[in-house]
Ligand binder design. Structure first.
Ligand SMILES: [Zn+2]
Length: 322
């Protein structure tokens, strides 16, 4: 009798202690019951960049949608996206940002525990310095190969934007770099566990490229990250889209391709264009299969408005956003 009498209260005490600890833990977890596991790094990114969107302003790295089964991280700055993918057989980068941001991108890759020399491919959205300004430096540092559509590759080799670009005259040159592999529209790179397909979406520039990233394994969840290029039809002062029907037709073709992309997680070269930081922080839906279609519809409506304004001969103010 003595032994159980002494033992039992201790057991009950530890039981009560366990129950109290469990209740405490549940109470702590309750507000985050529906939060995503990546929200912490997304929240740090959103907080670090609150009120800051400079192209060379440092930002911490953040995981992107681990639910997709794709190992993807934001490793860019507060104003420009660089997307890092781990294929299980080497790394892939899409976009480098401005030349001054190359060290920020490299630092973020290292912070995640990766070696920049494991970057095998360096891809890009479009032929403007705010997205490929760091390519020459990153290509040298990492030893990665570059791949692009032929039309963009011509600009990359010269370090200049396309002669047909509506923003010609107001976009700076960038350090040129060679393209190691020319991809056909719809073509894909098979890298480790990933299939990374390129889509010509020539809305913003003649060489605009969007990328869809999916796991190649048959049993993998069929979720796609869509890295969709800028689709804004903006221009240098004095340019009239109504004078360039071919450019308008290309832009409309770009919208149509974007509308139909497989698109579970939309990521854009300018994070603000897809409200990316708020979505990574769990403040807005990150996975949204309708996001690409809405992005295309918004860009299409913008072009319609612009064409109407030009026809009405309204004075065309220079649009300063890239
Ligand atoms: Zn641009």
């Amino acid at each position: 009798m003595t032994k159980p009498a002494l033992f039992m209260p201790r057991a009950r005490r530890s039981h009560r202690l366990l129950a109290a600890l469990t209740a405490g833990a549940l109470a702590l977890l309750a507000p985050y019951a529906f939060a995503r596991s990546d929200d912490a790094s997304g929240a740090r990114l959103a907080q670090a960049c609150a009120g800051r969107d400079g192209w060379a302003e440092p930002a911490p790295p953040a995981r992107i949608a681990s639910e997709t089964g794709i190992k993807a991280w934001y490793v860019g700055t507060c104003g420009i996206t660089t997307l890092l993918l781990d294929s299980d057989d080497g790394l892939v980068l899409i976009d480098s940002g401005v030349a001054e941001a190359a060290d920020i991108v490299l630092g973020n890759i290292r912070k995640l525990g990766f070696d920049p020399r494991d970057v095998r491919w360096l891809l890009s959205s479009h032929e403007h310095h705010d997205h490929v300004g760091g390519h020459a430096a990153l290509r040298r540092t990492t030893g990665a190969k570059t791949a692009a559509l032929a039309v963009a590759a011509r600009s990359f080799a010269r370090g200049k934007i396309s002669p047909e670009d509506p923003q010609r005259g107001r976009i700076a040159d960038f350090p040129p770099f060679p393209v190691d592999r020319i991809l056909a529209d719809g073509g894909a790179l098979a890298v480790g566990s990933l299939k990374i397909a390129v889509h010509a979406t020539p809305a913003h520039t003649p060489g605009s490229m969007s990328w869809t990233i999916a796991r190649s394994a048959a049993e993998a969840p069929a979720m796609t990250i869509a890295y969709v290029d800028s689709a804004t039809t903006i221009s240098a002062k004095g340019y009239r889209f109504t004078d360039h029907p071919d450019r308008v037709a290309q832009a409309r073709n770009g919208f149509s391709v974007i509308r139909n992309l497989p698109c579970h997680v939309l990521v854009t070269p300018h994070p603000s264009a897809s409200d990316l930081f708020a979505r990574l922080a769990g403040k807005a839906p990150l996975i949204d299969a309708g996001a690409c279609a809405r992005y295309a519809a918004k860009a299409s409506a913008y072009l319609d408005t612009r064409l109407t304004q030009e026809r009405e001969d309204a004075p065309q103010a220079e649009v300063t956003k890239p």
